[in-house]
Design a protein around this ligand. Structure first.
Ligand code: L34
Length: 282
């Protein structure tokens, strides 16, 4: 079974569009998301464009601020301070990665926690790990939604996450734990990785290398979630971290790239923006 993130995200966005359509009358305005893009990385440009398009579909106001690669950290922090103080802004997202002369850590920490639609702010991350109310990071949230939609029971299952980034690996492991899966976090330096991953009933791959997961690494009937967005070095086409053609026959459930986790990330960003907006209304 192939789980389409494209299809599920389209359904969820149309539900949200109906919800948001009632906001002008109820609250006097619609949610407002500001996305900041520094530089011209083609991948980032494409994702930020996807965020603007999804906003349009859902009926969220979107402002995309594009700044050149050479912007200084101070200038970027000033923009964030201005958006923090602006009551008409509900969500602020700075597209990552940033150029090397800018500290991602400082930039993320500068965003007001109540407008942190990515769920990347240290206070949001702490709240997640302490089981307090928080904004859930978009990609991990989208993965759990996909698994639930596919009818995958997580409780009691052995889940293996490959990757330990702040954006995906660590939070997705935490969300799987919250669903009562037993979680192993593996990474590029895990010894005998294939032995570990073959035991996984649910395998989440977020390592960022094309065709990293080969058929011998996957157990028969496993649920495989591919978070990778890479360019295939041979064809130049978008591909995941999983050798899809080889792994698909062994998997009971698998997400494609494109059309799997990516669209769910954007869909959950829309949800988080609405959530931040609603928290401000009385
Ligand atoms: N601040 N930076 C911040 N927040 C995020 O949530 C992200 N991420 C990651 C990179 N940097 C970020 C994204 O938006 C990755 N990411 C992302 C979002 C959407 C898609 C992929 C990655 C996506 O829509 N992928 C489509 C294909 C898009 C294409 O053709 O280029 C897919 O079907 O997978």
């Amino acid at each position: 079974m192939i789980i389409s993130g494209k299809e599920l995200s389209a359904q969820l966005k149309s539900d949200m569009a109906r919800q948001v359509a009632a906001f002008p009358e109820k609250y006097g305005r619609v949610p407002h998301l500001v996305v900041i893009l520094v530089g011209e990385d083609p991948g980032s440009v494409s994702y930020v464009t996807g965020k603007a398009k999804a906003s349009e579909v859902v009926g969220i106001r979107n402002t995309t601020i594009r700044k050149p690669e050479e912007i200084t950290e101070e200038e970027l922090l000033e923009i964030i301070a201005r958006l923090n103080a602006d009551d008409s802004v509900d969500g602020i997202l700075v597209q990552l990665p940033l150029p090397r002369h800018i500290s991602e850590e400082r930039v993320i920490a500068a965003i007001d926690k109540s407008k942190d639609v990515d769920g990347f702010h240290p206070l949001n991350v702490a709240a997640l790990w302490q089981k307090q109310e928080c904004v859930l990071p978009c990609t991990p949230k989208g993965i759990i939604k996909l698994l639930k939609r596919a009818g995958v029971e997580m409780e009691g299952k052995r889940a293996v996450v490959i990757g330990r980034s702040n954006i995906v690996g660590l939070p997705v492991a935490k969300l799987l734990l919250n669903e009562n899966a037993t979680v192993t976090i593996a990474h590029s330096r895990t010894k005998n990785l294939a032995e570990v991953t073959r035991e996984a009933e649910i395998l989440v791959v977020a390592i960022g290398r094309p065709k990293f997961v080969t058929a011998d690494m996957v157990g028969e009937g496993a649920v495989v979630i591919d978070v990778g967005v890479n360019r295939d070095p041979e064809t130049g086409k978008l591909c995941g971290d999983v050798d899809y053609a080889a792994v698909e026959p062994k998997a009971s459930v698998i997400t494609p790239v494109p059309g799997g986790v990516g669209p769910m990330t954007i869909c959950c960003l829309m949800e988080n923006t609405i959530e931040c907006f609603l928290r401000k209304q009385k």
